[in-house]
Structure formats: structure tokens, C-alpha cells
Design a protein around this ligand. Structure first.
Ligand code: AMP
Length: 476
């Protein structure tokens, strides 16, 4: 028998909030964690974003605060959630507001890259729940604008990611500042030695809950592969995003991963030269730039986001239809994190990997560790000519395009009504792939007109882009 939310002992306001969110059943981590946390136990959750872990700590956390019914402490908080990135902190704070609204919870978040003075003012009277990145929290503590004496519940979210970002000293320091008598909920996707050390420092006989979404995530994601030379990748991406080389699935939002910040910027720039609007998100972008990029992506006004791993970890955006691994990660786990950005909360998704000759070893590792089944897709006709700038720029005629569409796994050729053969498992529907964002006119896309066919052959685009091309070749 499956566990229901009503079996878990949550309060009425929380149950109502769940109803409003439309959650029908607890996810595995929620089913396993909520009971022990409500009972006051420390928790070690081995889980990544996408498993529903935020609700797993936030729902019982809010109920524990309600039950203890203490005053909000001056310049402190009752529940402190530490998160690695500004984006994740923002998301957790939003969840806390959603789940805690009916319980009357006061929620704040503080992150780097914003005004410290504003944070000081808003935290002066304290808060029920504070979501913070470690650096900004310590800044405020050092300025005596905040203290941790009121903390009843401490959550560390994505602890491994916090270590990757160099927060080990901050976390060691924070562990000295929180009251000894508290409840600690500790989440990490992986358990390297340093994390074990931190668990020992922070947790007291924790209940361990481990969910491994790799297999379940992969089940809902159709995974495809292009074997493509490194110098052809940009042209392939251009053609796919311009709707000139069809791939399975109907584009809504497309998240493209590169290995480096510079690589992400370069892809965005090249896409712009083809008249395709995209934003980049990575560690060198300012906070307002990151917020704007995410916002435009969420709203669908710029539904192509080119990201590095650090920036994309923890991002939860419903409706990411495609994840394109422009470069394969050298760590298989990272591949799972990346493709997990699509297929959130039960939805389906498409993941497309671009694998160059020198990435075959990475592909092998990914296959071995995740049991991923890739369906190989053919490159566009005359592709090398397109890359070299002498090939056709027109989209392939419909008939020809359908040849590149994969067969459904039941062996039948997908019908035109199924979006022209899209959807590896025959589940996806919706006619015509179009461009991300459903072909809405977008600033740069409109400007680019018909010149988006890979390489530098850009037809009408060529003249207009000459200056931009020259500039981009200087910083390559
Ligand atoms: P998280 O792993 O906490 O980032 O959650 C991933 C996504 O799953 C978020 O969009 C949540 O709103 C959603 N979610 C969390 N719990 C449930 C649930 N029980 N049913 C449906 N969706 C959920």
C-alpha cells in the first residue's frame, strides 16, 4: 500500500497547502523522511534536487515550529536553511512561503550579490525561516546584524555542492555557532569523505534516507545521441534550435550545458549571430543577470538557456522539454544532474548528447554507471558542407526531415500527427517542433530572419553579422 500525505501526521494548514500545490502523493523521500523529522530526529538525506527533498524537510520543519510555538527571536531565526547557490536559496524560500503561508510563517532569504544593508534591515526583527547562502550569512553575523542563537532547526541542503563551492570553512564555523540543542536535517547528493566528516559534526544519530533518482529519472527521459565532431557542434545546435534539423519532442524550454563559462558565452554569441536568442547562466554573471536569465527562461520569453554545471545545479524549472549536453560532463553523476533538469516531478523529457571523438570515454562511463540507453540520431544531410559554409541553408523538405526521426520503440514509424514522429516512446504529441517557445517572435530571432543554417553561410545574415563575427573571432 502506498503511503499518503494523510498517513504522515502533518497539520491541517500543511495539508491544505499541499492541496493547493496539487501534490497527490508523497515522493519516496517525503514518505520516508517526514515521519522521523516530525518525531524530532536528525536526518541524513542522500538525494538530489528533483526528488521532492525541499518539501521533505520544509513540511515537517514548519509543523515542528508550529508545535513549539516560540516567539520569533530578535536578529535570529527559528529555522535556518543553508543552500549553495542564490538560485536554489530563492527556490527554497519560495517553497517555504508556499507551504508555510497558511501556518503564518515569516520567511526571508539572504544571498550574496545583493544589498547587505537591506538584509540587515529585514532581519532586524528576526524571522521564522531564513534561507541563506553561507557567505552572506557569515557577513551578517560578523557585522553583529544576525546571530544563530534562536535556531531550533538547521537544514544543510546540497552539502556536497557547498563543499564544491569552497564553503567548507564557512560550514565548520557555522557548526560552532548554532545551539547544541537543535534538530539537523542534512542533504547531499553524494557522500565523499568530507561530507561524512560534516555529518559527524552536525548530526546526532541521524535517520538515513537515501533515494537514488538516477534510474527513475532516466526512465522518464528519452535519451538521444549525436556523434559529432567538436568543430561541428555549434552548427548542429544552430540547425536544431532553428527547427532545421528535427529532433524528438516538442520544444518548450531548452537547457544547453557547456563545460566552461567561456564556452557558454561563446555558444550564446554564436546563436545570436544566427538570430537565435539565448541567455547564458554561470558563475561570472552578476546576480541581476542570473535572475533575469532565469526569469526570461521561466516565462518563455527567452526559452533557451546555456548553462554550466554549477549555475544549473538545483535549478527547478517546470517545463524544460530538452536538455542538450553540448559537451559531455567528465563525471557521470553530473550527467544525471543535468538531464534531471527535464522530467521534473513526473513529467517526461528529452536529453540530447553531442559526443565528439575525444568524449567517447565520458560516454562510456555514463553508459556504464547510469545504464542509459541512447538512441543515436543521424546528422543533417550535407552537414559537413553546412559546417564549412558551402552547404544549403534551407530547411530540409518535410519528407527528408522525417527520415531523421527515430522510430518509436514499439517498432512503428511515428505518425505525422504525433508531431512528425517525435517522441522516442511514442508518448509525446503536438504537431511541429518549431522553435523553443512555440515559435513566438523574439527580439533577435525576428531580426535573424532566414539565415540560421549553421556555419557562416548565413545568407541574408551574412552581411549584418560580419562585424559581430569579426569581433567574436578575436576573443575565441
Ligand atoms: P525538489 O527536489 O524539492 O526541488 O522538488 C522538485 C519538484 O517537485 C518541485 O517542482 C516540487 O514542487 C515538486 N514536488 C515536490 N513534492 C511533490 C509531490 N509530492 N508531488 C508532486 N510534485 C512535487
Amino acid at each position: 500500500m502506498t503511503i499518503q500525505f494523510s498517513d504522515l501526521g502533518l497539520s491541517q494548514p500543511i495539508m491544505q497547502a499541499l492541496d493547493m500545490k496539487g501534490y497527490k502523493e508523497p515522493t519516496p523521500i517525503q514518505a520516508q523522511a517526514i515521519g522521523p523529522v516530525l518525531g524530532g530526529r536528525d536526518l541524513l538525506g542522500i538525494a538530489q534536487t528533483g526528488t521532492g527533498k525541499t518539501a521533505a524537510f520544509m513540511l515537517p520543519g514548519i509543523d515542528r515550529l508550529r508545535a513549539a510555538d516560540k516567539q520569533i527571536p530578535f536578529k535570529s531565526c527559528r529555522m535556518l536553511v543553508l543552500a549553495p547557490t542564490r538560485e536554489l536559496a530563492g527556490q527554497i524560500a519560495q517553497s517555504a512561503k508556499d507551504y508555510g503561508a497558511l501556518a503564518g510563517m515569516k520567511v526571508h532569504s539572504i544571498v550574496g550579490g545583493t544589498s547587505v544593508n537591506k538584509d540587515r534591515n529585514k532581519l532586524h526583527r528576526g524571522t521564522d525561516i531564513l534561507v541563506a547562502t553561507p557567505g552572506r550569512l557569515l557577513d551578517l553575523i560578523d557585522q553583529k546584524a544576525f546571530n544563530l542563537s534562536g535556531v531550533e532547526i538547521l537544514v544543510l541542503d546540497e552539502a556536497d555542492q557547498m563543499l564544491d563551492l569552497g564553503f567548507i570553512h564557512a560550514l565548520r564555523r557555522i557548526s560552532q555557532l548554532v545551539p547544541a540543542e537543535r534538530q539537523t536535517l542534512f542533504f547531499s547528493a553524494t557522500m565523499p569523505g568530507q561530507i561524512k566528516e560534516l555529518v559527524g559534526k552536525y548530526c546526532n544519530d541521524p535517520v538515513t534516507v537515501s533515494v537514488t533518482p538516477a534510474a527513475t529519472t532516466a526512465e522518464r527521459i528519452d535519451q538521444y545521441l549525436f556523434m559529432v565532431q567538436a568543430d561541428e557542434k555549434q552548427s548542429l545546435l544552430d540547425l536544431i534550435l532553428a527547427g532545421k534539423h528535427e529532433v524528438p519532442g516538442k520544444f518548450e524550454r531548452v537547457l544547453v550545458f557547456t563545460r566552461t563559462k567561456h564556452g557558454a558565452d561563446r555558444v550564446v554569441k554564436k546563436l545570436a549571430q544566427r538570430g537565435i536568442a539565448a541567455n547564458a547562466i554561470h558563475g561570472n554573471k552578476s546576480q541581476p543577470q542570473r535572475v533575469r536569465a532565469l526569469d526570461e527562461f521561466k516565462r518563455g520569453t527567452t526559452p533557451i538557456l546555456v548553462a554550466t554545471d554549477v549555475a544549473a545545479r538545483g535549478i527547478d524549472i517546470p517545463g524544460v522539454s530538452h536538455v542538450i549536453n553540448y559537451e559531455l560532463p567528465n563525471v557521470p553523476e553530473q550527467y544525471v544532474h543535468r538531464i534531471g533538469r527535464t522530467a521534473r516531478a513526473g513529467a517526461d523529457g528529452v536529453a540530447i548528447a553531442f559526443c565528439a571523438e575525444d568524449e567517447r570515454a565520458y560516454l562510456k562511463d555514463i553508459r556504464k554507471q547510469t545504464d542509459a540507453e541512447f538512441e543515436r540520431l543521424p546528422l543533417p544531410d550535407n552537414f559537413r558542407a553546412v559546417v564549412e559554409g558551402v552547404g544549403p541553408t534551407k530547411p530540409a523538405p518535410k519528407q527528408q526531415r522525417q527520415r531523421v526521426q527515430p522510430k518509436r520503440r514499439d517498432g512503428q514509424q511515428s505518425g505525422a500527427k504525433q508531431g512528425g514522429g517525435q517522441g522516442g516512446r511514442g508518448r509525446r504529441s503536438g504537431g511541429g517542433q518549431g522553435r523553443p517557445g512555440g515559435g513566438k517572435p523574439q527580439g533577435q530571432q525576428a531580426r535573424g530572419g532566414g539565415g540560421q543554417g549553421g556555419g557562416n553561410q548565413g545568407g541574408a545574415n551574412r552581411g549584418g553579422n560580419r562585424r559581430r563575427n569579426r569581433r567574436s573571432s578575436n576573443d575565441g
